[in-house]
Design a protein around this ligand. Structure first.
Ligand code: NAD
Length: 250
């Protein structure tokens, strides 16, 4: 067994309140592009949307003031209904079933942790799986938005139906953020995976750590994780490789 895997396993064995904090990189191996990698959404050139920056297309102003463009982009880029969880989602769910892991804090909006069986998933940027009418509040399925023939999906009451996803310029869901902060403060081990930690206030949650003994970072590239010390672990590379090896040992 290689040294990193040995240490990761040792830390898991020593811990009873593991918290997983993940980003878009957790789902790239399920075929969903992240934002900032070479093949990420921010680096894709699409003639139709060339005059916009992705941050502008995913801003609340675009949703409310230019909804036709918003939904065209959203339907084209954010439809992950056919995607399946990968080995990372599966191992995280297994650690929860074993009683080791207590919370998954995710910036992802694809619902794949729940699809893999995780129960305590704190979706701090919302989810494309949930949608609601901006006028009457009625809930609608993801199919309703993605399969609607209308340029702007509309409820029976005439209101626009929008995804329950936090757009740029909007507040993060209070309950999920409160629970995430609480989980962070209880964590005795933190696994940070597949995030550039460049989106705030999500990344600020790491400052809520109080009693954490071990931080493990899994990422393709160097990321600045606050409080990481010499006894902590950075496993650089595709996380699926590490989690596949770990899966055999659990
Ligand atoms: P990001 O794109 O800024 O960063 C992703 C990070 O993951 C990068 O550092 C990249 O090197 C790393 N990475 C990619 N694939 C990896 C792999 N297989 N193994 C290890 N590391 C890998 O993403 P972010 O920090 O999550 O912030 C972007 C925002 O984008 C989030 O708010 C999230 O809501 C949203 N987003 C979500 C999805 C999704 O739901 N799947 C997809 C794209 C973007």
């Amino acid at each position: 067994m290689n040294k990193n895997l040995e240490l990761l396993l040792q830390y898991i064995n020593e811990s009873n309140y593991i918290v997983f904090f993940g980003g878009a990189g957790v789902s790239t191996e399920s075929g969903i592009p992240d934002f900032r990698s070479k093949d990420g959404l921010y680096n894709q050139h699409d003639v139709k949307f060339e005059k916009y920056k992705p941050e502008d297309l995913l801003h609340k102003n675009c949703l409310y003031h230019n909804p036709k463009v918003f939904f065209e982009f959203y339907r084209q880029k954010m439809d992950t209904r056919g995607c399946e969880p990968n080995v990372t989602h599966r191992v995280i769910a297994k650690l929860e079933q074993m009683g080791k892991l207590k919370a998954v804090i995710t910036q992802n909006i694809d619902g794949l942790h729940q699809k893999a069986g995780s129960k305590n998933v704190l979706e701090i940027h919302g989810s494309t799986c949930r949608n609601y009418c901006t006028k009457c509040g009625k809930e609608h399925s993801a199919d309703f938005i993605f399969e609607s023939k209308e340029a702007i999906p509309r409820c029976e009451c005439g209101g626009m139906v929008r995804p329950d996803v936090t757009m740029y310029g909007e507040q993060l869901p209070k309950n999920a953020m409160f629970d995430a902060s609480d989980a962070m403060s209880m964590a005795d081990m933190l696994i940070v995976a597949g995030t550039s930690l460049s989106v705030y206030p999500a990344a600020g949650l790491l400052y809520d750590l109080r009693r954490c003994n071990h931080i493990v970072l899994l990422n393709m590239e160097d990321v600045n994780v606050p409080f990481m010390g010499e006894s902590d672990l950075f496993i650089k590379g595709p996380m699926g490789k590490t989690f596949s090896e770990l899966e055999k040992l659990l």
